[in-house]
Write a protein that binds this ligand. Structure first.
Ligand SMILES: Cc1cc2nc3c(=O)[nH]c(=O)nc-3n(C[C@H](O)[C@H](O)[C@H](O)COP(=O)(O)OP(=O)(O)OC[C@H]3O[C@@H](n4cnc5c(N)ncnc54)[C@H](O)[C@@H]3O)c2cc1C
Length: 393
């Protein structure tokens, strides 16, 4: 029997262990993988974007319809707090031109190593290769290498992640055994689009397309995209996930820095004897990859009026979003309205939730890890309150 059992050793679970280990509680954190924080490490492969350096109100605007619990958690642990916390683990940070905050060396491993060492030094029991398979009252059953094992606790925190990149541990199999917990179905968020490219795009696979603007419905983004064999990916398209899920069409502005008037003036130039490719390059300074996209998606009309529309509002013809397992994150999960203000299941005192397994959604840009950390901390404070009130009663 321990005071607190945390199931899931990602950023949310580790942050809860971090807070509670400063108090005098016995804490066990388990994960089904051979090591903790595998998705966090993967996030660091492309540059660990820990948070976004912006005022909390602006930060919150990036969460679609955030619950009061999520708002409280993020107001309690702001982007500034994320930076103070990472620095306290000896990690030097820098803020990029768009406000995104990264460790100086971009990777997650030094931070994770320092974090785990801190938890170890405070006596947190870390257990690996323990797959949670059922909950019975305040007791959890695990599949382990040596057979089944049961652990009881005064409070149990579930921080088992979303439903993408299953090979890193967050496989959402808990949906089958977590009793009486209502969920919104998981769907892919921050995910690429599938496109049946024609063969002339082949030579651009892996190439980034920069200095563009994208829009879907009311959502807009300025990030870059990357052409891949199966379609497009990258921050520019990920941040439109919410609108794409609602079925909105996606458009690219290939020349976002050109006003309509400037384009109209430029297009007055007759094409003469030069090829269209040369015309686009010389008159519009359109890179080869942008020209390829224009050729791929432009309408059949070759009038300059239509060309103007295509350059500024090129509709991407796609086959839908990539599969959920390839998504950076997932929308859906445990519904907030069955949880109290401390992220505890109202009907089951002692059972808490945190991280991506909760039903919130946000774009990439540091919002995901920050929300995982913030809800981990918030639930830990709820656990502290519960344990204190149990002692007093
Ligand atoms: C390629 C990639 C890049 C990313 N880059 C960024 C980025 O730069 N910035 C950003 O903000 N976010 C990024 N993210 C998203 C971010 O990593 C996640 O949102 C975050 O890790 C979620 O934290 P979590 O603790 O809720 O869940 P997770 O990190 O998924 O951790 C959940 C843990 O629970 C364990 N678990 C699950 N089921 C069980 C079970 N039954 N028994 C025991 N253990 C179980 C899993 O093994 C896992 O370790 C990225 C994600 C990916 C895939």
């Amino acid at each position: 029997m321990c005071d607190v059992l945390i199931v899931g050793g990602g950023p949310a679970g580790l942050m809860a262990a971090d807070y509670l280990s400063k108090l005098n509680y016995s804490i066990t954190i388990v994960d089904q993988m051979p090591t903790m924080g595998r998705k966090f490490l993967m996030a660091g492969k492309s540059g660990l974007n820990l948070t976004k350096n912006e005022p909390i109100q602006k930060f919150l605007n990036n969460f679609s319809d955030p619950s009061s619990q999520l708002v409280n958690a993020l107001e309690n642990f702001t982007p500034n707090d994320v930076q103070i916390w990472a620095s306290s683990l000896g990690i030097n940070l820098f803020t990029g031109s768009t406000g995104r905050v990264f460790p100086f060396h971009m990777k997650a491993s030094p931070l994770l190593r320092a974090w785990l060492a801190q938890l170890d030094s405070r006596g947190v029991k870390r257990r690996h290769k323990m797959e949670a398979i059922s909950l019975n009252d305040m007791s959890m059953l695990f599949n382990t290498e040596k057979g089944q094992e049961e652990i009881s606790a005064k409070a149990i925190l579930f921080a088992m992640g979303g439903a993408s990149w299953r090979r890193l541990g967050s496989d959402a199999r808990w949906l089958k055994w977590l009793p009486n917990v209502e969920n919104e179905k998981f769907s892919a968020s921050n995910v690429g689009l599938k496109i049946n490219w024609s063969s002339h795009i082949n030579k651009y696979f892996g190439e980034p397309v920069k200095a563009i603007a994208l829009k879907a419905g009311k959502m807009k983004s300025q990030g870059e995209i990357v052409i891949t064999q199966s379609g497009i990916e990258g921050g520019g398209i990920y941040s439109l996930s919410q609108a794409i899920r609602k079925g909105e069409n996606v458009f690219i502005d290939l020349l976002p820095n050109w006003s309509e008037k400037r384009l109209i003036d430029a297009l007055q130039k007759p094409i003469g004897k030069i090829s269209w490719a040369n015309y686009f390059r010389k008159v519009l300074h359109l890179s080869n990859v942008k020209q390829a996209l224009l050729r791929e998606f432009r309408s059949d009309s070759f009038s300059k009026e239509q060309l103007l529309i295509d350059l500024k509002l090129l509709k991407i013809k796609h086959e839908g979003t990539d599969e959920i397992d390839k998504a950076i994150s997932t929308a859906g999960g445990v519904l907030f309205d069955q949880l109290d203000q401390n992220l505890m299941l109202s009907e089951r005192p002692g059972i808490f939730f945190a991280g991506e397994m909760l039903n919130w959604d946000a774009p990439t840009g540091g919002y995901l890890i920050t929300a995982a950390l913030a809800t981990g901390l918030w639930s830990a404070k709820g656990i502290e309150n519960l344990l204190l009130s149990n002692t007093l009663n």
